[in-house]
Write a protein that binds this ligand. Structure first.
Ligand code: SAH
Ligand code: SF4
Ligand code: F3S
Length: 456
């Protein structure tokens, strides 16, 4: 198959594709592979679904709200398909790895042409060509494929809109089976990428001017276990940061059961590693942590967090919390609140428990009403709001190195500190300022956002 084949097939000089991405950074990274593949086929990109010849939705299944959003967005495409029967619609990503959801998409939305899973991006090219060459008088039947060959996807290149920062997956899948979580079922078993391939990708990025690289994995602390010559995450970080240049390395997500003192010590002494650890604790109650299958206790979490804060000045410690896990009582929830008050996270990602079919937690009795969980949730948000502000205030009056970059999703430029705090810059418009590192005087903060002036 030659590049730019699609132009001939659909007889259009400028075929346009819309790629919609839902979910986490892993999906953003997968969409970059999808976009590179589409670009080679001859597509250009549009941000308007109504102008597209091809629409790809890369979906997320982590909570019901994410799935409902996607199902709503697919439903709306019916009118576009009616107007343009040649429009090809593909749905891929985590949602489609669940048989009941795959069936729902096929049954409810017969105008969807292609449904594929998380590890078969490479197969999109042939499926799009197949769908584009069909008789379009009738609604096209769904092309269902289930190919799980992550190795083939591994070799796909990525199309990155932002040249200043990049996501680099270092591993795929998850082996942890936290009892509430769908990710291991839709992403498969954990496997680490070859460290040489990771380093080469980062060397190329740095050479091309990339300033901030975020290493991705569901549990980066278990990196390397399946490799022929196992190396651990700290060794990987040391090896990556041997690459010369002015750049930052971030990573996520760390799991409290596997994070090591050695890693924390490395973050403390290595200038290229950002002083930010995302360390989800999920619940402050040992009873609930056990039911969640998290393999650590509240006490162990506090010990690690205190060690990290002591070793790394100005560390930004962020976390994920689930409110209203089945069987959680207000007493359990109060343990979560007390942990939040004592650790003082710079920022928290808070979620109300969402039942995921096929996970063990879905079978635990869940008597607390949603309304009640919402009250607990709001109580937590209120407490955290002040704590986040308190963290920002530590930087007011300082001059800090900041990274100016694109936020491609929101189509605007943003500035971030080493700790990943957003800075609102007063004088950004004054000159034609390129993306990259600058010094900024931080003069104040508004909630979780710092306010500052670029120091020319
Ligand atoms: N691998 C990461 C998290 C991946 S999912 C980790 O272990 O920390 C991101 C977050 O979504 C989780 O940390 C959890 O807080 C939340 N989450 C996952 N499943 C959920 C569910 N069923 N209901 C509510 N929140 C959930
Ligand atoms: Fe889900 Fe747990 Fe794996 Fe994170 S570590 S992706 S929460 S199963
Ligand atoms: Fe969602 Fe899949 Fe990521 S379920 S959170 S897109 S791994």
């Amino acid at each position: 198959m030659h590049f730019a084949e699609i132009k001939k097939i659909i007889n259009k000089q400028k075929p346009l594709a819309f790629v919609g991405t839902y979910g986490c950074q892993q999906n953003v990274s997968d969409s970059e592979k999808i976009k590179a593949l589409l670009l080679r086929m001859g597509y250009s990109f549009t941000k308007e679904k109504k102008d597209a010849d091809l629409i790809v939705f890369n979906t997320c299944a982590v909570r019901e709200s994410a799935e409902l959003r996607v199902l709503g967005s697919i439903g709306v495409l019916k009118t576009l398909k009616k107007r343009n029967p040649k429009l090809v619609i593909a749905v891929c990503g985590c949602m489609t790895e669940q048989n009941h959801i795959k069936k729902k998409i096929v049954d409810t939305f017969p105008f969807v042409d292609i449904v594929i899973g998380t590890n078969s991006i490479f197969s999109l090219k042939n499926l799009i060509i197949e769908s584009s060459t069909k008789n379009h008088k009738k609604t096209i039947n769904s092309v269902l494929q289930k190919i799980s060959t992550r190795e083939t996807d591994e070799n796909l290149s990525k199309y990155r809109e932002d040249q200043t920062s990049a996501f680099v997956p270092i591993m795929h899948g998850c082996n942890n089976f936290c009892s509430y979580c769908i990710v291991p079922y839709v992403r498969g078993r954990e496997s680490s990428r070859d460290p040489r391939a990771i380093k080469k990708e980062i060397e190329d990025l740095v050479e091309n001017g990339c300033k901030c690289i975020t290493l991705l994995g569901q549990n980066v602390n278990s990196y390397g276990k399946n490799l022929d010559h196992p190396i651990d995450f700290t060794e990987l970080l040391r090896s990556i940061t041997e690459i010369s240049g002015d750049y930052w390395i971030r990573f996520m997500t760390s799991h409290p059961k596997d994070i090591t003192k050695e890693l924390i010590d490395e973050i403390a002494v290595n200038d290229k590693i950002c002083k930010h650890i995302h360390l989800p604790f999920q619940s402050g109650s040992n009873r609930i942590l056990k039911k969640m299958n998290r393999h650590y206790t509240r006490e162990k979490y506090i010990k690690i967090a205190e060690y990290a804060k002591e070793k790394i000045p100005y560390l930004s410690l962020t976390s994920d919390v689930i409110v209203g896990f089945p069987s959680e009582t207000y007493e359990d929830f109060k343990r979560t609140l007390s942990l939040v008050k004592s650790i003082r996270f710079s920022s928290l990602f808070t979620f109300i428990y969402s039942k995921r079919k096929g996970t063990p937690a879905a079978d635990i009795e869940d008597p607390i009403l949603h309304q009640e969980k919402l009250k607990w949730f709001e109580e937590l948000l209120k407490i955290q709001k002040d704590i986040s502000g308190e963290f920002c205030s530590k930087f007011v009056g300082k001059t800090e190195k900041i990274l100016l970059k694109e936020d491609c999703q929101k189509a605007l430029r943003i500035a971030k500190t080493n700790q990943n705090i957003t800075v609102h810059l007063h004088n950004l418009q004054e000159r034609n300022i390129p993306n990259g590192f600058f010094e900024a005087k931080l003069t104040g903060h508004k909630g979780q956002t710092l306010i500052g002036t670029l120091d020319f």
